[in-house]
Each structure stands twice: as structure tokens, then as C-alpha cells.
Design a protein around this ligand. Sequence first.
Ligand code: FMN
Length: 194
Amino acid sequence: MATDEGFDVVGLSCSPRKDGNTDIMVRQVLATVGKPGVKVEFLRVADMKIAPCDACWTCAKTGQCHIEDDMSALYLKLLKADGIVVGSPVHMGYNVSGQGQIFFDRTFSVWHQKRLKDKVGGCVAVSNRRGGTSVIRAIENLFSNHQMIMAGYASGYGIAPGDVLRDRRALKEAEALGERLGDLMRALKRRAGP
Ligand SMILES: Cc1cc2nc3c(=O)[nH]c(=O)nc-3n(C[C@H](O)[C@H](O)[C@H](O)COP(=O)(O)O)c2cc1C
């Protein structure tokens, strides 16, 4: 039966490659969590104009980032969300993509007042062969910095766009992550009461 639970989940792919493996995995998580009453939104960091943090530290005093770009709208979406899924391909040094790191740094302005606290987070990583664990750890560290609640992770393998569709284990992990995100959001709401 359809219920209106009123949850919002934002899924962010940090891959520069549109419709690549990370996009596919993040969408898979959203497809599973996106039951009636759960509003999901898929976004690509590389499609937005997001400048790097200039380390001005203004946000430590004001709680606001002085840079005017697409991050302004993204802050609002993140603050409104109950769940946030972040996915990245493994790039050089077993790190998140450059676009991903720029986004991570720009969340500094909402970190000071822990404005993402208690949101449920899901991590997604895709690699050709090595580094998935490092990228999952980097995303977990981001969530942990923000005092978010970890729902878990899904990692997949592939080189060319779409390869991950043949990684059945990865797709199953993505589905399980979506389920867990939903379960945790519901459990937290029950705990908070009506
Ligand atoms: C700049 C760059 C660096 C990469 N470094 C690694 C790496 O260190 N280890 C690895 O297993 N794959 C590496 N890859 C491969 C990607 O992780 C892989 O192709 C992945 O499927 C890309 O996901 P996407 O389709 O979402 O972009 C690299 C790819 C690029 C473009």
C-alpha cells in the first residue's frame, strides 16, 4: 500500500563521465530506496559549476560559503534531505574524482554547525581493479565528519561505461544499500516520534 512517508533522498554521482558506472550504481540505490513516499533526486556533481574551496574560513564565522555558484542550490537540497548517497569512481591515488573532492571541501560551510548531522548516508565506489575500499573510506570519512549515520556501501568493478551492469554482486549491494537507507530513515523517524 502506498504511504506518504515524506522522505527525501539525494543521490550524487561524482563521476565526470555521464551515464558511466558510478551514475548507474547511484541510480540503482535510488531505485531501491525510491518507494512510494520517498522522493529521490539524482544529481551529477560534474554537471554543476562548483568552484574549489578557497580556504577563506569565512564560513567558520558565518556558516555560509561566500562563493556564489551551483553549490548554493545544492546546500539547500542536502539540508532538506533525509538521506544522501555519494558515489565516486576511483581516480588517481585511489582517491575520489577531482570533482568529488571539490564537492567534499565545499561542505565545510555546513560542517561547523553540523547541519548534516543524523542524515543517513550511503557510499558508492566504482573501480577498474583497485582502490574501491579507499574511496568508500573517503566517503565514509566525509559522512563521519558531518556526524551522519552510515547506512553502508556498495562497490563495483568496470572500465567502460555500463560494465558495472555485468557485476551482479555490485548491483545487489546497491539494492541492499537502498533498502538499508530506507530502513534507517524509517527507524530514525519512529524514534523521533510523530
Ligand atoms: C583519471 C582516472 C584514474 C583512474 N584510476 C584508477 C585506479 O587507480 N584504480 C582503478 O581500479 N581504476 C581507476 N580508474 C578507472 C575507473 O575507476 C573506472 O573506469 C570506473 O569504472 C569509472 O567509473 P565511471 O564510469 O563512473 O566514470 C581511473 C579512471 C580515470 C579516468
